[in-house]
Each structure stands twice: as C-alpha cells, then as structure tokens.
Design a protein around this ligand. Structure first.
Ligand SMILES: CC(C)(COP(=O)(O)OP(=O)(O)OC[C@H]1O[C@@H](n2cnc3c(N)ncnc32)[C@H](O)[C@@H]1OP(=O)(O)O)[C@@H](O)C(=O)NCCC(=O)NCCS
Length: 207
C-alpha cells in the first residue's frame, strides 16, 4: 500500500498520479479528515499523522502530500527516520531525460518535463505541465507550480516555491525558501528568503 500523508487537494493529485503509475492500494492519513472518509470516492482515510508514524515500517511506500514546503519536508524526514520507505511518484505522462536524479518522496505530476542531467532533491513537487530544463539543481522540498518553466542551468535552494506560470531564465541561482509569484519572470539571481513578483521579478518582502 502507498500511504499518503495529507488528504487535501494536493494529496488527491498525488493519489491520482500514483494510481496511474500502477499503485493499486492507496490509503490516506490526515489530522483533520476523519478516518473512514473517502477521498475522491476512492481512497480511504485510515488515521492521523501519528497513526502513520506508528505504522511507518508497514507500508510498501509512503509520501507526504502537504503543500507547505517546510511542513512537507519536516514530515518527510520524520517518517523516513521512523523507517518508512519514502516513495517517488511519477505520472506516466511525465517525461524524464537521461541522467536525471529525483529524490525520495518527490512527485512529478501529469505532463511535467525534466530534461537531461537535472537533479531534484527529496520531497519536491514538479506540478502539472511544469518544465525543468537541462543541468538544473533543485533542492529538497522545492515546489515548481503548474505551468512554470525553468531554463537550463538554474539552481533552486531547498524549500523554494516557484508560482504558477512563472518563468526563470537560464544559469541563475534562486536561494532557499524563496517564493516566486505567479506569472513572474525571473531574470537575475534571488537571495534566500525573498518573495519576488512581476516582470522583471522584483522583491516584495522577506519571509
Ligand atoms: C507571491 C505570493 C506568494 C505573495 O503572496 P502574499 O505574501 O500573500 O502577498 P500579497 O497577496 O499580500 O501581495 C503583496 C503585494 O504583491 C503583489 N503581488 C502578489 N502576488 C503577485 C504576483 N504573482 N504578481 C504580481 N504582483 C503580485 C500584490 O498585488 C501586493 O501588491 P500591493 O502591496 O501593491 O498591494 C502570491 O501572491 C503568489 O503569487 N503565489 C503563487 C500562487 C501559486 O502559484 N499557486 C499554485 C499552487 S499549485
């Protein structure tokens, strides 16, 4: 069974990707959805995060489907430390180039493309139709939102979030825990912790 922590919208998407990828048994754990509830009329909620942690070694695979990058990564570490076999889920329509490495607990949603020689850390999300070009380095817990495009040779630090439809030009460095706004066009490197928006992208605040 694939155990998914987080029965919200993203959890539903992860389950759908996992089912398409061949997982036949899928169960959810969530602290705010009652056990016995069914997600998308298909997959049962089986207990809380504490229940999942206690049963960590029992599952064929485990993945955290919590949208917040820090929280997702923290739970990924907690479950891995408890002995869970953290699964990587790739929708069959995703395209992965040669020499790409993808860390445990990451998900590639339908239509994602990751090009040659890119490395993606653990518990990352490459969301619907997002593209990551060649020779990129994405840290742990990064989320590239639907339709965002990352050009070649870009590095993105741990926990950063690239908003829906954003574009990042080649060979620049985006720091850790950066937020790139929806539709932003990032044309120069971004320091850790900044939120940038617009075209060209400019900072609005420090997280
Ligand atoms: C960038 C972002 C994270 C900022 O969120 P926030 O901290 O709550 O910021 P606010 O909404 O308070 O906006 C602050 C200012 O930035 C502007 N702003 C926010 N997001 C913007 C964007 N994407 N493009 C241009 N300007 C933006 C706001 O208009 C506001 O300007 P003002 O101070 O002149 O009124 C958010 O707006 C965003 O774009 N999130 C991405 C969502 C997404 O991709 N979801 C996909 C999930 S799968």
């Amino acid at each position: 069974m694939l155990a998914i922590l987080g029965a919200g919208g993203h959890g539903k998407v992860v389950a759908d990707c996992a089912a398409a990828a061949g997982w036949t048994e899928i169960g959810f754990f969530d602290d705010s959805v009652a056990a016995g509830t069914h997600v998308a009329s298909r997959w049962a909620v089986m207990g809380t995060s504490g229940d999942m942690l206690a049963r960590a070694r029992e599952f064929g695979g485990a993945i955290v489907a919590i949208g917040d990058n820090r929280t997702r990564l923290a739970w990924h570490e907690r479950l891995a430390t408890a002995g869970a076999k953290m699964a990587t889920v790739t929708h069959p329509s995703a395209i992965i180039g040669a020499d790409v490495t993808i860390g445990d607990g990451s998900v590639l949603v339908a239509g994602a493309i990751v090009n040659i020689a890119t490395t993606i850390g653990k518990s990352a999300i490459v969301n619907t139709g997002a593209t990551i070009d060649h020779d990129c380095r994405l840290g742990d817990g990064v989320h590239v939102s639907p339709g965002a495009n990352i050009a070649g040779g870009v590095s993105i630090g741990a926990g950063s979030w690239i908003g829906i439809g954003a574009a990042v030009i080649g060979r620049i460095d985006i720091g850790s825990y950066v937020r790139v706004g929806a539709g932003a066009v990032v044309i120069k490197s971004v320091a850790d912790g900044l939120t940038v928006v617009g075209n060209p992208a400019h900072p609005i605040e420090r997280n």
